[in-house]
Design a binder for this molecule. Structure first.
Ligand code: ATP
Ligand code: MG
Length: 374
């Protein structure tokens, strides 16, 4: 018989689920389960499970496991329709609590694994495409070395890093460049996409994301707009399920051990919005700053080279007018708008008149920049 070890593991762990605590048992608020299959294999058994109605499953699960103690990673066995089919507890709030009439019970069926290819991002961006951001690039150099040879780092492995700063300054671009150059899987996730319809959806998606990244390690998880799910406590009243999501995130961030070679990079525009416990998990917070004059010059120059029309532009003047602009602003608000303006007028060349139009369109006051059109 196959899977003997799994069977004994299931058996040991299942015993824990049936112990009802004697003193002051706490009711579980939320339990998230994942189908784990039967404790053994034989040909007639089909281990794939499909839940047709999540609310119905919740009622069914609560009825049969009422009063049971649940602990993280233990198993609950179905006693009714598919006897001995196991469900693993992948999240329980609070830990060591019992299932009550009010406990929310959720199940996840590997949504993320089903869309395996979707969340793995590929790009042609190179690290050298990112202008400036010296601090971030230094850190990336370390991560690059680590991903190439994880064993060398042992307990000194980089793990969780926070990128923060102005929008459009190259945070996403840098991570894409890193994954591309080291040729590892990049799991690029917008934090808001982790939030699902039901309580528990986010926690289970976070769990799946980390599980998938571990399976295909070395790999990078990039969670963009992390503040959307890891809100500071003072904002948590705005969203009822935040603490559950924060706990799931903390469990996964702590759970990655040095052998797994998974790097988690999170990004936010404002780190002060972050829950303190989540924020404290980042070994380093790296600020992305707006480009200085020299860097703006380079960003203009590189983008102009790729434009489909010839350009007659005074880059020195463009650098002056773009003070406090990000790389994205330069590309999208100035150059792209100017180019489209020229194309719409059947011009063969993009000139400063098109730039003038773009600046007006983006409400930048030209007069505030001394000497712009002298
Ligand atoms: N430092 C930079 N060097 C070159 N191009 C840049 C730089 N920063 C931004 N850009 C340009 O702006 C675009 C957007 O940058 P990116 O998506 O990396 O910003 P971000 O910091 O992730 O922004 P957000 O915080 O809004 O997610 C890039 O694709 C690139 O064209
Ligand atoms: Mg980004």
């Amino acid at each position: 018989m196959k899977n003997n070890s799994k069977k004994s593991e299931l058996k040991n762990q299942s015993q824990k689920t049936t112990i009802i605590p004697k003193d002051n048992p706490t009711n579980a608020d939320c339990v998230i389960l994942k189908p784990a299959g039967y404790p053994f294999d034989f040909e007639l058994m089909e281990s794939n499970l499909e839940i047709t109605d999540k609310a119905l499953f919740e009622q069914y699960a609560r009825d049969q496991w009422l009063g049971m103690e649940v602990n993280l990673n233990t198993y609950l066995f179905d006693q009714k329709i598919i006897p001995d089919y196991a469900f693993q507890v992948i999240s329980v709030e609070p830990e060591n609590s019992i299932i009550s009439e009010k406990t929310k019970i959720k199940i996840i069926i590997d949504d993320i694994n089903k869309n395996k290819e979707d969340s793995v991002s590929k790009s042609n961006i190179k690290l050298s495409d990112v202008v400036g951001q010296v601090n971030a690039k230094n850190k990336i150099k370390v991560i690059e070395k680590y991903l190439v040879d994880p064993k060398k780092f042992g307990q000194w492995a980089p793990k969780n890093i926070l990128f923060y700063g102005h929008p459009g300054t190259g945070k996403t671009m840098l991570v894409k460049g890193l994954a591309n150059e080291v040729d590892v899987d990049l799991h690029l996730i917008k934090a808001t996409s982790l939030i699902g319809e039901h309580v528990g959806d986010a926690a289970s998606k976070i769990h799946d994301l980390f599980e998938k990244a571990s399976k295909n390690s070395p790999s990078i998880i990039f969670i963009d707009e992390i503040d959307a799910i890891a809100l500071h406590r003072s904002f948590q009243s705005l969203r009822g399920d935040v603490s559950e999501i924060v706990n799931a995130l903390l469990t996964e961030m702590d759970g990655i051990d040095e052998n797994e070679s998974v790097i988690t990079i999170c990004a936010t525009n404002n780190p002060s919005f972050l829950d303190n416990a989540v924020r404290s998990r980042f070994e380093e917070e790296i600020e992305f700053v707006l480009p200085n004059e020299e860097e703006r010059y380079e960003i203009f120059e590189r983008n102009i080279e790729t434009m489909p029309l010839d350009c007659d532009l005074d880059i020195e003047k463009l650098v002056k007018v773009s003070k406090n602009m990000s790389g994205r602003d330069i590309k999208e608000k100035i150059l792209k708008t100017a180019l489209h303006h020229a194309i719409a007028r059947d011009k063969n060349i993009v000139d400063m008149a098109d730039i003038d139009y773009a600046l007006n369109a983006s409400k930048i006051k030209i007069n505030s920049v001394k000497g712009m059109f002298e």
